[in-house]
Design a protein around this ligand. Sequence first.
Ligand code: CA
Length: 240
Amino acid sequence: MKILMVEDERYLAEAVARILEKNNYDVDLAFDGEDGLDSALTGVYDMILLDIMLPKLDGVSLLKHLRGDGVSTPVILLTAKGETEDKVLGLDSGADDYLPKPFKTEELLARIRAVSRRKGELLPEGVLAFGDIELNPSKLILSSGDRSYNLTLKEGRLLEYLIANKGTSLSADAIIEKVWGYDSDAEDNHVQVYISFLRKKLARLGSSVKIRNIRNVGYVLAAEGNAKDGRGSAKRSPNG
Ligand code: CA
C-alpha cells in the first residue's frame, strides 16, 4: 500500500515514514502543500496523511482541490491541538478521518487500517481476498487454503494492486508507476518478470486465480470457475 504524507515538520514526517516503512507501507513525503497536491493528483496513492497547517497551500484547500479533481484517495487529516474548526471543515471537504497530533504510532496504524477497510478493499486485519487467495500486504504473505508463501515487497505490491483493481486490465505503465514509482527506470520486462514470479507462486499454491495477459492492453486478475472475489473458502468441486 502506497502512502503519501504531506507534513512540513520534516523530523515528524521522516520519523513516521520510517515506522510506516517498517510496517511494509510504501511512503512518499511532501513538505509543503503545493508539492503535496502535485503528488496527490497523480492518483497513485492508496492513502494520504495530510497536515492542515502547511506552507504554500493549506491542507483543507489541498483536499478541496483534490476532491474537485475527482481524486477519491482516502485522506486522514493530521490536526494540531485546538484546530477543531479546521477538523470539521476538513471532514466537510472530504477527509475520511482525522488524527489529533501528537499521536501514537499504534493509533496511526489503526486509523490507516480502519480507513482502508471502510473503502471496502480490506478485510479485518488488513487482509485482501480474491477468489481462493488471501494476501496480507503488511506481512507479505500469500495464502490459499492451508498453504502459504512469503512474497517479496515488489511481488506483494504488484498483487495488491491487481487485487484492488480486480477485473480491470492494468497496463505495464500503470503497474510501473504504482509498484516501482513514477520516477523509476523500471521497464515493461520488469513487470513481466514479476508477473511470472507471481504466476509461479499462485500455481504452486494450487490457486484458481490467474493473471491474464491481454495483448497490447495489460494484465488482469481473474478467478476461474465460480470462485468469487471477497472472503470465501477455496473453490472445491463436489466431485473432487
Ligand atoms: Ca504543519
